[in-house]
Design a protein around this ligand. Structure first.
Ligand code: 5GP
Ligand code: MG
Length: 205
């Protein structure tokens, strides 16, 4: 796939950004390590638009009280950095490291909490930010741990929801997009630690 076709695909997938010149020279997007995109599921423009909307929704949902945005690393790092700049109210940011997939594209079902935030959670409104909800195991485990610290509230904001999780005690209150049933990379999402830096969200051949 030529790079300009990557850009065209990125633009046409959601019907925005058409007519922009390609931003990368050469035959392929050099960020892809020779891999070929199956399709761009969400373009950079579409993501930016949705993140602005989510920021406004979140600001309106928390009229007052201490808000702690807690990102689940690594997958949420780009989403969190864009999202917090769209939430027009006081807040603080911290991160948790959770590992659930290793280098596989299929869930192992094992969730490890590798790091705990230093922040005091007691009495605070926690907004847990997740890249993508699949089985919901990661979320359930993290929420159980956080609840022990007696926060005032816990809500979840997920960029993507695959809607495979049923009977979640805490379904995400804020969702960016319904995710297609494909393995997605980009905008923080990896495959074996690659492709996190793609500005769009795509599936690979
Ligand atoms: P769950 O615990 O809900 O089954 O899985 C959630 C985690 O699995 C996400 O935080 C993410 O790290 C990973 N995951 C689930 N689906 C995908 C996907 O389509 N692409 C990538 N890169 N990671 C995924
Ligand atoms: Mg991952």
């Amino acid at each position: 796939m030529s790079d300009s076709s990557v850009e065209r695909q990125a633009s046409s997938a959601e019907g925005s950004g058409a007519g922009r010149p390609p931003r990368v020279d050469g035959d392929r997007d050099p960020r892809l390590e020779g891999r070929v995109l199956r399709r761009v599921a969400f373009t950079e423009d579409r993501i930016a638009q949705r993140v602005r909307e989510l920021g406004a929704e979140i600001a309106a949902a928390y009229p007052d009280g201490g808000l702690l945005v807690l990102g689940l690393l690594k997958g949420s790092f780009i989403f969190v950095s864009d999202l917090v700049r769209q939430i027009r109210r006081p807040l603080q940011v911290d991160f948790l490291v959770v590992s659930s997939y290793g280098n596989e594209t299929v869930s192992s079902g094992i969730v490890r909490l590798v790091y705990d935030p230093q922040a005091v959670l007691t009495g605070r409104h926690i907004l847990l930010v997740e890249d993508i909800v699949d089985s919901g195991r990661t979320l359930s485990r993290v929420i159980d741990v956080l609840k022990e610290r007696a926060p005032a509230s816990i809500e979840v904001c997920a960029l993507l929801d695959k809607h495979h999780a049923t009977h979640l005690a805490h379904p995400p209150r804020f969702v960016g997009f319904d995710a297609p049933n494909e393995f997605l990379v980009g905008y923080g999402l990896d495959h074996a630690e690659n492709f996190r830096h793609l500005p769009y969200i795509a599936s690979l051949e």
